[in-house]
Design a protein around this ligand. Structure first.
Ligand code: WT7
Length: 579
């Protein structure tokens, strides 16, 4: 089915920050944006200063930066000055515990204010902040904390037991800071100190460390096809792109109340819930609760949210509850954007009906650090397309040798390095980092095509990475946990297309001799992954098979599993040993 382009009216165009996309694209220069931001920030380069502290010198100092609401409905709010002071206190606490520039401080917390304060505090000291999604279990935690050699971990009493299980394998971890919020009983231990108890002793002023453009600010682990998750390192200077994309794509203005539904355990939550959006001085709503259509609409209604950034799976879940939207006054909403997985055209058409506004798709990755291919607020939308490269980002479709392909031809979605937010490195994996680049292009791992108007269309991943509910999962991580189950010899894991979640995780499992296949065992295996790896990364479907398709060198051919699952031709099997 063909979907009509959604034309922006002249009026809508004049309301946006970017008056004329076409014209500005031609004149765009990163140096110009850099000058603008440097002026606003008194030439101080530290992402935490640019996001928060700089507002203390302006009339935003008493503006609300953070509206926090917990799952049980308790509310708190913090001004820019308060966030600045609290993060100063946290920075002082880190210095007191001996943290130095470049050392890793990790956060394993739900979406509570302390997470935001601590993240900024880490950046202020020049240390590297790492975030861990709160659904992670001990196996996922161990890989990340071990590889990063994190020195300090901030967590709470509810999540701490998962850390306790792996403490003995983490010799580099010197201190664990426990946030007391919601604690029934506080854990004790020789490495443990308590957040609030220490914070009150700390000075509210801190001499922020000045950083160089290339200095690392934060790291995020992300999954590829093979091996353990890799630590993607981002620099302080990435905030330049986070800032200007938040301004032009999210269209943030003086009086906006902005809600991003992502978790800072992922890059969206860092770039567009902390850094880029606060750098624009927007008031940000943080809801630390589960998905529920009524509750979500109530958040928009109660806080009079004007700009909303969310993900396709959530949008599709809202579409599945069509009557709920009518019960709320969502009239303050004025701009919607989406990220994380393909935004199906039906979702854009639905949002036009439900909110009178289309969702604007944005494409980027953990590795790119900020939006790259976008629908700027003023652009006409082609439903189903991810939009066009952001000004200053050169994107194209290239073949496997890095040669540009013509319009309409399928190939690799690639970016020219040189935009400020592209990752600086992969932590201790220089070769892995280099493997992203071919013929002067950064190869994203996504496949797609471009049309004659320069709009990009997503087709699929080029590798076996799974996107479930917008979250990125490496099949190898899931397989590694499955084979630890006593009944399992081997496992092959794929993403199976799913109308709601984009993909679900499906595991093909070879059982040990004598182990009886049963429905009960399937559930047990799902649960096993949920309990040991992560609450979001478990197989919703398990199938027992006799043998996995493998190459002669013993690699699992997941694409063969996938083709069989979908009833598609298996393609070239010449390297297969057996299938
Ligand atoms: C992968 C990156 C970007 C922040 C959150 C995800 C997929 C992302 C889109 C989109 C189709 C998309 C790609 C990409 N993806 N945005 N608009 N349309 N696919 O970051 O977890 O590193 O995942 O998400 O496959 O490579 P991430």
């Amino acid at each position: 089915m063909k979907f009509k382009t959604i034309k922006k009216t002249k009026l809508q165009k004049s309301l946006t920050n970017l008056p004329d996309y076409g014209k500005t694209y031609g004149n765009f220069s990163w140096t110009q944006i850099e000058k603008e931001l440097a002026k606003e920030s008194g030439n101080i380069l530290n992402a935490a200063y640019i996001a928060i502290d700089k507002h203390r010198n302006t009339d935003k100092k008493n503006k609300i930066a953070l509206y926090y609401e917990s799952d049980n409905g308790s509310k708190e709010q913090y001004t820019f000055t308060q966030i600045s002071e609290l993060s100063n206190q946290f920075a002082n606490l880190l210095i007191k515990t001996g943290v130095q520039r470049g050392e890793r401080v990790f956060l394993f917390l739900p979406r509570i204010p302390e997470l935001f304060v601590a993240f900024l505090g880490i950046l202020k000291t020049g240390a590297i902040a790492g975030t861990l999604f709160s659904a992670f279990q001990e196996k996922a935690l161990l890989d990340r904390l071990e590889n990063s050699e994190a020195k300090i971990l901030v967590t709470d009493s509810i999540l701490y037991p998962r850390v306790q299980k792996i403490l003995r394998s983490l010799p580099h971890l010197k201190k664990i800071i426990i946030v007391e919020r919601n604690a029934k009983a506080l854990p004790k231990g020789e490495k443990i100190i308590y957040f609030a108890k220490e914070m009150v002793k700390m000075d509210k002023e801190f001499k922020i460390r000045y950083m160089q453009k290339n200095d690392p600010a934060f790291m995020l682990y992300t999954s590829g096809t093979t091996g353990k998750p890799k630590g993607v390192i981002h620099k302080h200077f990435a905030i330049l792109q986070q800032y200007i994309t938040a301004k032009w794509v999210l269209d943030l203005k003086e009086n906006d109340v902005y809600w991003c539904t992502a978790d800072p355990g992922w890059v969206t939550g860092i770039a567009y819930e902390i850094l880029g959006t606060w750098a624009n001085g927007a008031s940000t709503v943080v809801f630390d609760g589960r998905f529920d259509p009524s509750r979500w609409y109530k958040i928009i209604q109660d806080y009079k949210v004007t700009v909303w950034y969310t993900a396709p799976t959530a949008i599709r879940m809202l579409m599945a509850a069509p009557d709920v939207v009518k019960k709320f006054d969502l009239s303050p909403l004025r701009h919607l954007a989406s990220v994380g997985e393909p935004l199906n055209p039906e979702a854009v058409i639905w949002s036009l009906k439900a909110f009178g506004l289309p969702f604007h798709d944005t494409w980027w990755q953990t590795e790119t650090g900020a939006m790259c291919i976008v629908n700027i607020a003023s652009m006409d939308i082609k439903p189903g397309s991810m939009g066009r490269p952001f000004p200053g980002v050169i994107a194209d479709i290239v073949d496997d040798k890095g040669r540009i392909l013509p319009v309409k031809k399928e190939g690799n979605i690639a970016l020219r390095p040189g935009f400020p937010s592209l990752m600086k490195s992969i932590w201790r994996r220089p070769q892995k980092y280099r493997s992203y680049f071919i013929n002067g292009w950064y190869i994203s791992g996504d496949r797609g095509w471009k049309d004659k108007d320069g709009y990009f269309w997503f087709l699929s991943r080029a590798d076996d990475v799974i996107k479930t509910g917008g979250e990125r999962v490496g099949p190898f991580e899931v397989e590694s946990v499955l084979v630890e189950h006593p009944g399992v010899i081997e496992a092959g894991v794929i993403g199976k297309p799913d109308a709601l979640r984009g993909e679900i995780i499906k595991a093909f499992v070879v059982l040990k001799q004598g182990v009886k296949p049963s429905e009960k065992l399937k559930n047990e295996l799902s649960l096993y992954v949920k309990k040991h790896l992560a609450g979001h990364a478990y197989p919703r479907e398990v199938e027992f098979i006799d043998k996995l398709p493998k190459t002669r060198s013993g690699k699992i051919m997941r694409r063969v599993l996938k083709a069989k699952e979908l009833g598609l031709p298996v393609g070239d099997t010449s390297t297969l040993e057996e299938y």
